[in-house]
Design a protein around this ligand. Structure first.
Ligand SMILES: C[S@@+](CC[C@H](N)C(=O)[O-])C[C@H]1O[C@@H](n2cnc3c(N)ncnc32)[C@H](O)[C@@H]1O
Length: 288
């Protein structure tokens, strides 16, 4: 009798042992999976750190030294996954000139990169242009994309700063600025080629026949004041190909009110909707 009980107890013990071994295996599997997950997290964190290191390597600032607020400091996932190979090149050009302003504004460069590459991926035909080039920080990387895809890029500016005749009405409180540049210096920075067109002079008086007859895929309006922004919108909008974009810098800056007014009036009169970007000076985007 005692022996029978002992055998049944032993059988029960073996069963328990088997179950325990089974549970142990399951736990091991879970731990292994966690380990793999941890490795993935560690890689993601390392990638983020690499990007942050990369930021400081390139001199970008993520803290506004005036009000101590942080500028946007996240990269879209596609940048972490290395989808935008030209981004490093763009960075170098973007902060190579006008550094004081641009080191705080890498979100603007992200928007440019994403949207220019979208236009290229969608096969939107047409030239590129920037009205308001100053020393060429933006134009320089736009030129590279244009060269890569064998299209024209127009660089349009007085190359002598604001013109007195634009400093009136809503812009009367502003002074002549951006005089510390020259067409020679910009040509040296952005490069010269058959497809890189420099148009020097007061816009819109400076419009050439070639520019007049052009179609566009991507245009940057960065000329700050009501008159040239309005003239730029009136000139370029009708010449944009479908899917083309106009980026208007300073719309939400709260500083260049003439820019905001020109965009609002133009969009209202032409029943166009605008998309606003959260970069430093608040770019507005029109898509044809
Ligand atoms: C803010 S800066 C441009 C900054 C530039 N996009 C960059 O990447 O650094 C403004 C430029 O607009 C130009 N501009 C303003 N009004 C203009 C006009 N009516 N005709 C031609 N250029 C003008 C100025 O000469 C100046 O170089």
């Amino acid at each position: 009798m005692l022996l029978k009980k002992f055998r049944s107890y032993k059988r029960w013990m073996l069963e328990v042992q088997e179950r325990l071994a089974h549970i142990e295996k399951k736990v091991d599997k879970v731990l292994e999976r966690n380990e793999q997950q941890e490795k993935i997290y560690a890689k993601q964190i390392a990638d983020q750190k690499k990007i942050l290191g990369y930021l400081s390597n390139n001199g970008f600032e993520v803290i506004n030294s005036v009000n101590k607020k942080e500028y946007l400091s996240a990269y879209p996932d596609s940048f972490l996954k290395g989808k935008h190979q030209a981004y490093e090149r763009n960075c170098a050009y973007f902060i190579g000139r006008n550094k004081e302003n641009n080191i705080k504004d890498y979100s603007r460069l992200l928007s440019f990169t994403l949207n220019i590459e979208k236009i290229l991926a969608d096969g939107i035909d047409g030239a590129f242009a920037e009205l308001g080039v100053y020393k060429g920080s933006n134009a320089a990387f736009m030129v590279r994309y244009a060269n890569d895809t064998k299209r024209k890029m127009y660089l349009i500016d007085t190359f002598e700063g604001f013109d007195e005749q634009d400093l009136q009405g809503v812009d009367s409180q502003h002074e002549v600025k951006f005089t510390d540049t020259s067409i020679r210096a910009v040509k040296d920075y952005c490069g010269e080629s058959e497809n890189t067109k420099y148009i020097k002079g007061y816009f819109p008086d400076s419009i050439t026949e070639e520019l007049f007859n052009e179609r566009f895929a991507f245009v940057s309006l960065d000329c700050d004041l009501y008159n040239p922004i309005m003239a730029g919108l009136e000139f370029f909008w009708d010449r944009m190909n479908k899917g083309g974009m106009i980026f208007i810098h300073d719309y939400s800056s709260g500083y260049y009110e003439g820019c905001t007014l020109a965009v609002d009036e133009f969009c209202k009169n032409n029943m166009i909707n605008v998309v606003l970007m959260p970069d430093k000076s608040g770019t507005a985007v029109l898509v044809k």
